[in-house]
Design a protein around this ligand. Structure first.
Ligand SMILES: [Zn+2]
Ligand SMILES: [Zn+2]
Length: 330
């Protein structure tokens, strides 16, 4: 086991744990993906579709005291971004690595188990479970560290630009051959010079419209990821869980018996606003998203935890909800 540990690379700043696993695999020099089984019995796709990936716990054990679990979860996975909208029992189980079983207090018991929930609406969100990179970060990292790596902050489905190079759009898909990366086992490192792994043509970065709304959504997304403190009492829990619900309640109170019509009108206005700002960029099929539960005010207002962070952030941008300032919530 110790031989294995000596092989485990130290995560780079802001590197995703699955990227570290991909680099470990690269270092072994093996070309059989089954080598991953020696890291974890739950070895599987190195995919973004998990809020907490099943392999991460096993891999962290290999580091022993080398990396604190809290630090790994908060700095090297997207968990802080998802935490405010993750259901409490799942979040508790990820943090404490224990779960409660049984409904009634007398037969309720604690078992050692970690939840591995998947992210919501993956098939609807365009950037839900696809790996993205910033070509400028690839250049900087290669110069500084000798290789590029997959950054957590490039994988937030509610962003299109880099958190470091704020005007640089992320890259994701080759227009020539439609190549994209859903499993890091097929692309251990981000492509150098944006050369497509499949056809060799240049991958062009995402095209987007700049707007205040997009700035709000992206800055809020990076704030969510940048956790200060406890995952359970995330400083943005209130605005993420209650922001839209409060707005919805105000509409109900104001329009009383006509509330159904007022809410319908509000939804239409939101849909028009979203299209006018080019924010349909976040969805595979915008028409379906605009008429589906993923953006339906009545679906998200009562239980925001049914939604992905993107849906809440879009609505908060639309209603002009002030995003809590860091010093105000600290
Ligand atoms: Zn960058
Ligand atoms: Zn290609």
């Amino acid at each position: 086991m110790s031989k294995l540990v000596s092989f485990m690379p130290q995560p780079f700043v802001g590197e995703h744990m699955l990227s570290v696993i991909a680099r470990w695999y690269l270092l072994t020099g093996k070309d059989d993906k089954r080598a991953l089984n020696s890291l974890s019995s739950s070895a599987m796709q190195l995919s973004m579709k998990y809020v907490h990936h099943p392999m991460v716990d096993d891999v962290l054990k290999l580091y022993g005291k080398g990396i604190a679990r809290h630090e790994a979860l908060t700095e090297h996975t997207g968990l802080p971004y998802h935490a405010p909208l993750t259901k409490y029992p799942e979040l508790h189980s990820i943090i404490q690595q224990e779960k409660y079983q049984g409904c009634f207090s007398k037969n309720r018991r604690k078992i050692k188990q970690t939840s591995t929930p998947t992210t919501r609406y993956n098939s609807v969100l365009k950037y839900g479970d696809v790996w993205r990179w910033c070509h400028q970060c690839v250049e900087d990292d290669t110069e500084k560290l000798g290789m590029p790596y997959w950054h957590v902050a490039h994988q937030l489905p509610s962003t299109v630009r880099c958190y470091k190079h704020r005007e640089t759009a992320l890259s994701v898909k080759c227009k020539c051959c439609n190549f994209e990366i859903r499993d890091l086992r097929s692309a251990l490192l981000p492509p150098i010079d944006n050369d497509c792994y499949a056809c060799g043509e240049q991958v062009s970065p995402i095209e987007f419209n700049s707007s205040d709304a997009l700035n709000f959504i992206e800055n809020a997304s990076f704030d969510l990821l940048n956790l200060c403190g406890d995952l359970k009492s995330h400083r943005f829990n209130y605005v993420m869980q209650r922001g839209l619900q409060n707005y919805h309640s105000r509409l109900l109170r104001r329009y009383k018996t006509k509330a159904v019509f007022a809410l319908d009108k509000e939804q239409q206005r939101f849909n028009a606003w979203l299209l006018a700002n080019g924010l349909d960029i976040f969805f595979h099929q915008p028409d379906r998203a605009l008429t589906g539960k993923v953006l339906d005010i009545n679906h998200g207002a009562y239980q925001a935890k049914n939604w992905p962070p993107l849906s809440v952030l879009l609505w908060l941008a639309y209603i002009g909800e002030p995003w809590p300032k860091l010093d105000a919530v600290a």
